[in-house]
Design a protein around this ligand. Structure first.
Ligand code: IVH
Length: 725
């Protein structure tokens, strides 16, 4: 239902042009009302219940009908109509709004102690004693004291706080938080957000100010950035910035195209209704009124409950479809909230328990390049150490030259670094305002920093490569690490540090050299005790017995991952068969396309690669070999053809090729063993001989028909054509 609001056409059933543009008849007014209710109901199903009930096309049809009726009868148009979300005329500036109930902020907590302290203060403030469990006992079976305070736990959404004012159920104003006392009137923009009802469902209070967060789902953010990039427009750093930028648009038609969303979490002013008894009842009430409320919430007791909510959400943080920067705890009972009150600008009854930030700024101290196993040159930003996503980050990949240009990263720049979950840290954007004078642009080196070989970047490729191959120590190290990894030859103990020394000291040049190592050489390495040397040797020894797919994968052929290695092993059965295969033969392997086939053929055409393979086999690396995968014989295999005369459309060469491709043999003279003679104009003695011997004679059409027939047979599973003898 996204982005469908504009441009929907009235269905043919709409009474277009049937009625004059005067006061609408009652039946039309009723239909208009029904359409609005129906559209709002679907919005509610979609945004609040997260359970859409009709397909987009049906929604569009209803929408179109409503639009047509409103055009026909402008007197029926109201501000609350779902058609009025498309965004009106641009503003020149936002008006200022004074919040009648200030929009406060939350106190922050960062660790267990802060949470325990918060719980203790709440319990004391309410005249109870906090359950006095020490931190390490928090998850023991310790019973939660009856006196423990009850809290509503929810997420801390990473968006923008918003106050929505509903009067008699109608959205009359939307304002940003601003400084908490005054904010900006962004009503025209907020009206375009489909998750926000223009009219509340059911019986609404006279005045209800709903406080909540405007945000953007990550998937929608990614799509928006793709669209922006395609249109050559600026992309956004993160969903929060995208949401903020979208709300700050003076042209609401732009906001209308931005996929904004909303979750409600509080009340500002309220008139004409009692405050709900608890925070959780309030949230349920919001949903009943048609306001989206996040489902990730829970009512718990005491500090134990708070901390287990924090841990549970923390473990799932990266799987949530939107960004959060923590969780929020609020004393659940509203009278208790009132009893605890506020201290300066924040409530005593609530705490934001923050997660480690996933984005931080730091300075790019240098940009260096790293050389990978296949020679790929990767620029890496060396960063001033920064604590982000729970670890200290000092490096971030910049992927390739184009990426550096796109992000415009210079040495000296202040950048935003992101590390979410286990994902490797990345530079998200440059803070251009903080670029110092003399910031240096990155220049791709022309020579490999490790071996000095020429660096080349082939046309159409994003990656620059060192051309040094196995001459390059960096590539050799990576190749060895790849060879030894668990999924390849599984040599435990052959890690970075050992490989580094083995290569730098000239002890190991190729994987085959590993099998020549002795304890003495290994034990002499830094940080290598006799015991670990013996263990490593045992692991090398054990790796001699392997499987063909592991061996193929271990070779580190570009584009040959584990799956392709398995396909190759299965297809060829024996390594010699693979080594003898040309590109055409490789293309017959399941899932091997031209790029992979070319890469394998290229690898095997290098004498030094073949030499390493031979050395490995000579060193006793072995695996069980099998027969190559049986291939269905070609449909004309075993049939002999003779071509004679001039064929009407094909050259004899072409005809020969076609027949051979189907498995036939094309011979020069006719004998009793000839299966068919294909004769064209001015066929001479061969035709006569065929006739004399009773060999079937085909013309060009006959031959093509036969080829077509066998091709079809092959597709259907391979029986011989009826007329092939
Ligand atoms: S309650 C009086 N609940 O955090 C308490 N705020 O530092 C008012 N936020 O400006 C806020 N998720 O933008 C509350 N579940 C949540 C929230 C939340 C995000 C933001 C909000 C506010 C800031 C407070």
């Amino acid at each position: 239902m996204t982005a469908k609001i504009q441009g929907a056409q009235a269905p043919a059933s709409a009474p277009a042009g049937a009625l004059p543009a005067t006061a609408a008849p009652a039946a039309t007014a009723a239909r208009v009302q029904w359409l609005r209710d129906e559209l709002e109901r679907h919005n509610y199903q979609y945004y609040v219940l997260d359970a859409p009930t009709i397909p987009d096309a049906e929604y569009d049809a209803l929408f179109g009908e409503l639009q047509a009726l409103e055009t026909e009868h402008p007197d029926l148009l109201t501000d609350e109509s779902p058609t009025q979300r498309v965004g009106g005329a641009p503003l020149s500036a936002f008006d200022t709004v004074r919040h009648r109930v200030p929009m406060l902020s939350l106190n922050n907590g960062f660790d267990d102690e802060d949470v325990i302290g918060f719980d203790r203060r709440c319990a004391q403030g309410l005249g109870r004693t906090a359950a006095a469990a020490p931190a390490e006992d928090l998850f023991s079976a310790a019973e939660v004291a009856d006196s423990a305070v009850e809290y509503a736990c929810e997420l801390k959404f990473d968006g923008l706080a918003m106050s929505l004012r509903y009067e008699d159920g109608k959205l009359v104003q939307a304002a940003t938080r601003g400084d908490g006392e005054t904010g900006e009137d962004v009503t025209v923009n907020v009206r375009t957000i489909k998750a926000i009802p223009l009219k509340l469902r059911g019986k609404a209070p006279a005045v209800l100010e709903v406080r909540g967060e405007v945000f953007m789902y990550r998937a929608e953010f990614d799509k928006l950035n793709e669209r922006q990039a395609e249109a050559g427009e600026k992309t956004f750093v993160n969903p929060r910035n995208a949401a903020a930028g979208s709300l700050r648009q003076l042209d609401p038609r732009i906001t209308a195209r931005r996929p904004l969303s909303f979750f409600a979490y509080g009340i500002g002013e309220l008139q004409g209704a009692e405050r709900p008894p608890t925070h959780s009842v309030m949230l349920d009430g919001f949903a009943t009124l048609g306001l989206p409320v996040c489902g990730e919430r829970q009512v718990v007791k005491g500090a134990q409950g708070l901390l287990s909510f924090y841990r549970e959400i923390g473990a799932r943080r990266d799987q949530l479809p939107y960004d959060i920067d923590g969780v929020v705890y609020k004393v659940n009972a509203v009278p208790e909230q009132e009893q605890l009150g506020f201290v300066s600008r924040a409530p005593r009854f609530a705490l934001a328990h923050k997660f480690p930030a996933q984005e931080m700024t730091t300075v790019v101290e240098d940009i260096e390049v790293q050389v990978g196993r296949t020679g790929a040159i990767t620029p890496v930003a060396r960063l001033a150490p920064v604590f982000v996503g729970g670890v200290t980050v000092t490096n971030a990949t910049l992927h390739n030259e184009d990426e550096i240009r796109r992000k415009d990263v210079h040495v000296g720049d202040t950048v935003i670094v992101r590390r979410a979950g286990d994902v490797i840290p990345e530079v998200v954007a440059v803070v251009l305002e903080r670029r110092p004078e003399g910031a240096r642009a990155f220049v791709m080196p022309t020579a490999c920093p490790v071996c000095g070989s020429h660096i080349e970047r082939l046309e159409g490729e994003a990656i620059a490569r060192c051309t040094g191959g196995l001459i390059c120590a960096a590539q050799r190290k990576q190749a060895l690490l790849h060879f030894a990894q668990r999924r390849a030859m599984d040599i435990e103990g052959l890690g970075d540090k050992v490989v580094e020394q083995l290569v730098d000291q000239g002890i190991v040049h190729t994987p085959a050299d590993l099998y020549k190592l002795g304890v003495a050489k290994l034990a002499a390495l830094d940080r290598m005790a006799d015991k670990s040397a013996t263990n490593l040797l045992a692991a090398i020894e054990a790796s001699r017995e392997t499987t063909m797919n592991r061996f193929i994968f271990a070779l580190g052929i570009r584009h040959v991952g584990e799956a392709t290695a398995k396909d190759l092993a299965k297809h060829f059965g024996k390594l010699d068969n693979l080594m003898a295969a040309d590109e055409a033969a490789l293309l017959e392997v399941n899932d091997v396309g031209p790029v992979v086939a070319q890469s394998i053929a290229g690898f095997l055409a290098e004498p030094h690669n073949v030499e390493v393979i031979e050395q490995l086999r000579a060193a006793g690396v072995h695996w069980p070999e099998t027969e190559p995968m049986a291939r269905a014989p070609l449909p004309l295999a075993g049939k002999t053809f003779v071509l004679t005369g001039t064929l009407p459309t094909m050259s004899r060469e072409d005809a020969k090729e076609r027949l051979e491709a189907a498995g036939a043999k094309v011979a020069g003279s006719v004998s009793k063993k000839t299966d068919y003679v294909v004769a064209g104009a001015e066929a001479g003695s061969k035709l006569e001989r065929a006739q004399a011997l009773g060999v079937p004679v085909l013309d060009e059409d006959g031959m093509l028909a036969l080829l077509a027939e066998v091709a079809q047979m092959e597709q259907q599973g391979g029986a011989e054509p009826e007329n092939a003898q």
